[in-house]
Design a protein around this ligand. Sequence first.
Ligand code: PMV
Length: 354
Amino acid sequence: SQNWVLMVTAQTPTNIAVIKYWGKRDETLILPVNDSISVTLDPKHLCTTTTVAVSPSFQQDRMWLNGKEISLSGGRYQNCLREIRSRACDVEDKKRGIKILKEDWGKLHLHIASYNNFPTAAGLASSAAGLACLVFALAKLMNVKEDESQLSAIARQGSGSACRSLYGGFVKWIMGKEENGSDSLAVQLADEKHWDDLVIVIAVVSARQKETSSTSGMRDTVETSLLLQHRAKEIVPKRILQMEEAIKNRDFASFARLTCTDSNQFHAVCLDTCPPIFYMNDTSHKIISIVEKWNRSEETPQVAYTFDAGPNAVLIARNRQTAALLIQRLLYYFPPNSDDLDSYIIGDKSILQD
Ligand code: PMV
């Protein structure tokens, strides 16, 4: 019969880099110019939910993002679909009498429905959660036997930062040496329980879509910024080792210093691009000043900040008490009727419930 549908639903959180990925050495395979390290958020707050379905009655591959149909013709989706299909295995649902043989997957079409519970393409790493979730759900549907690291190398070909969302906790994307990208994949440095004092608060400065996509921004930076060459060769390799050490020892002072410095250098590299790229705005700068001033007034840093390809602040507080103080301060500087902030998203455990 042609009437059956087989489906799988998966949920994947987004991740925020504390040592940034910016710049590709190979655009097709998405191979970066440096290693990066990220923290994966709690799926409760920023995540993608994706359902993938297969049926002999489907006429073509189709995808809906937040309820609106989008084209699957882009390279990022095609790469992931191709790589997963080539690893598909036999699938059997005995109860319903459905059997899909390995070789049938090439002939069957897919329908994909994906939802983000946060603003899409506003520099909140929506593509990271989205592509990681797509790859994970497809791998489950098609009974792909690869482990998370192998799946991360596939997700990488959809969106670089997506490779880091296959794991929880702290994750490193190893840039790799191979030309074919086989060793450019993510590994988990520590799981989500390792350092669970940390609380992530996201101040959504603007939920609008960013003006410069990371793809075109990175291309311009690689082509024009000398600072990027220096960063990738001389700075990041050492910083990665220091960050791994800070995470291992739960050393918040080092963690915060490295996170803030690396975010600032990433934005400096954007400014060093021709034409220059501005992702942060006045509100972002004001948040940096507030945090810097606070950290300097204490014996040891209380909060780390980091900004991706947009103006939104990702703030990492050393513990719940600090996070509560942080929110108090944000509310003081940006009262609820302020035009400067669209909203707050409280990552990890919701401290506002207390
Ligand atoms: O994976 P992309 O193409 O969305 O690039 C992400 C780049 C940053 O978010 C700015 C940094 C990072 O490492 O996630």
